[in-house]
Ligand binder design. Structure first.
Ligand code: GAL
Ligand code: CA
Length: 338
C-alpha cells in the first residue's frame, strides 16, 4: 500500500515537472541565440580593433562567430548565406563593397535575419529596404574637418612649414579605398577646411593606398621620387597609410638631415598613437573602434532577443530609427600640443 502510494506520488511529481517545463519553452533559448559577424578583411588594423570590442562584449553574453571575407565580396555573400543556414539570429556586416549591401539585405529579409551594418555605410535606398536594418559608424566629414584643422593649426603657427616661401601649401594625399565613403568625404572636407581658413593650396599628388601601410609606403615613395622637398604636407586617409608614408619619408632622409614633414592620419590605432607620442605623426583623428563595436553588439543583442533596439536599451542615440553615429575626436601630436 505504501509503495503504491509512493509510486502515485512520484508519478504526480513527474507530471508536475513536465508541466512546469512546458510552461517555459524558451528556457534554453538564450543559449541558442548567436550573432554572426562578417568582416571585410581581418588584415585591416582599425577593423581589428572593432572586432576586439565585439568579442569583449560577447564574453558572458550572446556568443559571436566572426568570419573574414579576405577582401572578396563573393566570398562574403557565401559566408552570409552560410550564417543564415546555420541559424544565426542576427548578422553584423562590415561589407567588402558597400554597393553590394542591397543584395545582402534582400537575402536576410527573406530569411528574417536582422542586420547591423558597420563601418561601410550602405546607400540610403538600401537602408530603407527593411526596418530591421541598422548602421553604426562615424561621420566621415567630421574626421576630414578635424584633420584639416590639425594641419591648419600647424601651418598657421609654423612659418617654416612653407618651405619654398610662396605662401601656398604644397600637399599630397594618400587616399583610402576608392568608393569608400570615408575616402571621398575625408579628403573633401580636409581641403575645404584649409580653404575656409584662407590657406592657399596646391595639390602635388594624390594616389590610393587602399588603407594599408604598404599602400601608404608605395604612394609616398613615388611622391618623393617626383617632388621630394617640394612636399610641405601629407594627409593620409588613415593611420596605417600615414605610418607607411612616414617610413618612406624616413628612408629618404626626412625626420633627420632633411627635417620634419607634417603628416596627418585618421583612426588613432595603437600604432598611430605610438607615432603621435614619439613626435613622428603630427596628428590624427580618433575613430572610436570600441564604441562602434559595442553599439553594434548592443543593437544585435536586442534584435536577437526579439526586442526593438532603442536609445535606452542600447545605450547610444539611435537617429532616424536606424543610425548610430559615434563621434570622432582630434588627437594632436606632441608638436601641436606644445
Ligand atoms: C575606416 C578606417 C580605415 C579602414 C576603413 C575600412 O573608417 O578609418 O582605417 O579601417 O574604415 O573600411
Ligand atoms: Ca609653399
Amino acid at each position: 500500500m505504501l509503495s503504491f502510494f509512493l509510486n502515485e506520488r512520484m508519478k504526480r511529481l513527474f507530471v508536475l515537472l513536465l508541466l512546469v517545463l512546458s510552461l517555459f519553452p524558451s528556457c534554453n533559448k538564450q543559449e541558442e541565440l548567436k550573432i554572426g559577424v562578417a568582416v571585410y578583411d581581418f588584415n585591416d588594423s582599425f577593423i581589428s580593433e572593432v572586432r576586439k570590442a565585439i568579442i569583449a562584449c560577447s564574453e558572458n553574453d550572446i556568443p559571436v562567430t566572426i568570419v573574414d571575407a579576405g577582401g572578396r565580396q563573393q566570398k562574403q555573400n557565401e559566408q552570409i548565406e552560410q550564417l543564415i543556414k546555420e541559424g544565426y539570429s542576427v548578422i553584423i556586416i562590415n561589407s567588402v563593397d558597400r554597393t553590394a549591401s542591397g543584395v545582402l539585405i534582400d537575402k536576410c529579409m527573406q530569411n528574417d535575419v536582422p542586420l547591423v551594418f558597420i563601418n561601410r555605410e550602405p546607400v540610403k535606398d538600401d537602408m530603407a529596404k527593411w526596418d530591421e536594418v541598422y548602421y553604426v559608424g562615424a561621420r566621415a566629414e567630421d574626421s576630414g574637418r578635424m584633420a584639416g584643422e590639425l594641419m591648419a593649426s600647424y601651418w598657421l603657427t609654423h612659418p617654416e612649414a612653407d618651405k619654398n616661401n610662396d605662401g601656398v601649401m604644397q600637399y599630397v594625399v594618400i587616399k583610402g579605398e576608392t568608393g569608400h565613403q570615408d575616402t571621398e568625404l575625408r579628403t573633401e572636407y580636409f581641403i575645404e577646411t584649409l580653404l575656409e581658413k584662407n590657406i592657399m593650396l596646391e595639390k602635388l599628388h594624390e594616389d590610393t593606398g587602399d588603407w594599408s601601410r604598404s599602400g601608404g609606403y608605395d604612394a609616398m615613395s613615388s611622391f618623393i621620387l617626383h617632388s621630394g622637398d617640394r612636399i610641405e604636407a601629407v594627409f593620409a586617409n588613415n593611420d596605417d597609410m600615414a605610418l607607411g608614408a612616414l617610413e618612406a619619408l624616413q628612408e629618404n632622409g626626412y625626420f633627420s638631415s632633411k627635417g620634419f614633414v607634417p603628416v596627418i592620419g585618421i583612426d588613432g590605432t595603437p600604432a598611430g598613437k605610438a607615432a603621435l607620442e614619439n613626435g613622428m605623426l603630427l596628428g590624427t583623428v580618433f575613430n572610436d573602434a570600441e564604441n562602434q563595436g559595442r553599439a553594434a553588439y548592443n543593437i544585435a543583442k536586442m534584435l536577437a532577443e526579439g526586442k526593438k533596439p532603442t536609445s535606452e536599451n542600447i545605450g547610444y542615440d539611435i537617429i532616424d530609427n536606424r543610425y548610430v553615429w559615434i563621434p570622432y575626436r582630434p588627437l594632436p601630436g606632441i608638436i601641436l600640443s606644445r
